[in-house]
Design a binder for this molecule. Structure first.
Ligand SMILES: [Zn+2]
Length: 227
C-alpha cells in the first residue's frame, strides 16, 4: 500500500510541470522537428499567459551537469526584451541560443548551429526576429558606429528586397516598413543558413532537422512562425 501511494505520488510529480526534467538522449532522438516546434509554441502559450513552469532550477543544474541533449538551436537578436528560454518556457539544457544584434547568421553562428544539430542532435534551427528591432531601424537609418557599421550592413539586403513601399515610406518612422524588413531579414537569414552550411542543408533535406523563421511581438510576447 505504502509503495503504491509512493508510486502514484512519483507519477504525479513527474507529470507535474514543476519537476519537468531535462530530456535524455533517447527522448531527444524520438523527437521530430515538428514535435519540437509544437513544444516551443506550447511553451510560448504558457509564457504569454503567465504560466511558466521552469520551477526547480537547482535540481536542473545538478541534473544537467553531466551532459546536454537540447531540442533546438535558436538564433535571436541581442534585444533584452526577448528572453529566449523564457519566451518558449524552456529550462536549463533544453535549447541552444545564439544571439547577435539583428539575428543575422555568420560563419561562427553557422558553426555553432552545425555543432548543435550534427553533433548534439538538436532537431530544429529557428531564426527568431522581433518587432521594434533597434538593429533593423539602425540599418534603415544607416547608423555608423565602430564595428556596428559592418554588422548593420548585413541587414541591407533585407531592406533592399522588401517590396510594396514607395520611396518616401521606406523609413524607420514607418512601423509597417520596419516590420516588413524585419520579417524579410529573418527569411533571408534562413535562406543564408541553407546556402552557407551544406551540413545544415543536408540535415534538413534528409528530414532530420527543420530550419524555420519566427517573429516575436514585444507588445504581446507572442511568437508567430513565418511561412
Ligand atoms: Zn533586435
Amino acid at each position: 500500500m505504502k509503495n503504491t501511494v509512493a508510486f502514484l505520488l512519483f507519477c504525479f510529480l513527474m507529470s507535474s510541470s514543476l519537476l519537468r526534467a531535462q530530456i535524455t538522449r533517447a527522448e531527444q532522438e524520438m523527437l521530430t522537428p515538428d514535435d519540437v516546434i509544437a513544444d516551443l509554441m506550447a511553451g510560448n502559450e504558457k509564457y504569454i499567459t503567465g504560466k511558466l513552469t521552469d520551477g526547480d532550477i537547482v535540481s536542473r543544474i545538478e541534473a544537467s551537469a553531466t551532459g546536454q541533449h537540447p531540442k533546438a538551436v535558436i538564433l535571436s537578436c541581442l534585444d533584452s526584451r526577448v528572453p529566449v528560454e523564457l519566451v518558449f518556457n524552456q529550462g536549463i539544457g533544453d535549447v541552444f541560443v545564439g544571439r547577435v544584434a539583428g539575428n543575422i547568421e555568420n560563419g561562427d553562428q553557422l558553426g555553432s548551429m552545425e555543432f548543435a544539430t550534427k553533433l548534439s542532435r538538436a532537431k530544429l534551427v529557428m531564426v527568431l526576429g522581433h518587432e521594434r528591432c533597434g538593429a533593423i531601424s539602425g540599418a534603415i537609418n544607416e547608423v555608423q558606429l565602430g564595428n556596428l557599421t559592418a554588422l548593420l550592413e548585413k541587414i541591407r539586403p533585407a531592406i533592399e528586397t522588401v517590396e510594396g513601399f514607395e520611396v518616401e515610406d521606406r523609413v524607420s518612422a514607418n512601423a509597417a516598413f520596419v516590420k516588413a524588413v524585419t520579417q524579410q531579414n529573418v527569411r533571408l537569414t534562413v535562406e543564408n543558413i541553407r546556402k552557407g552550411s551544406p551540413v545544415l542543408a543536408e540535415l534538413e533535406k534528409s528530414g532530420e532537422i527543420k530550419i524555420i523563421g519566427a517573429m516575436y511581438d514585444v507588445q504581446t510576447g507572442r511568437v508567430s512562425l513565418l511561412d
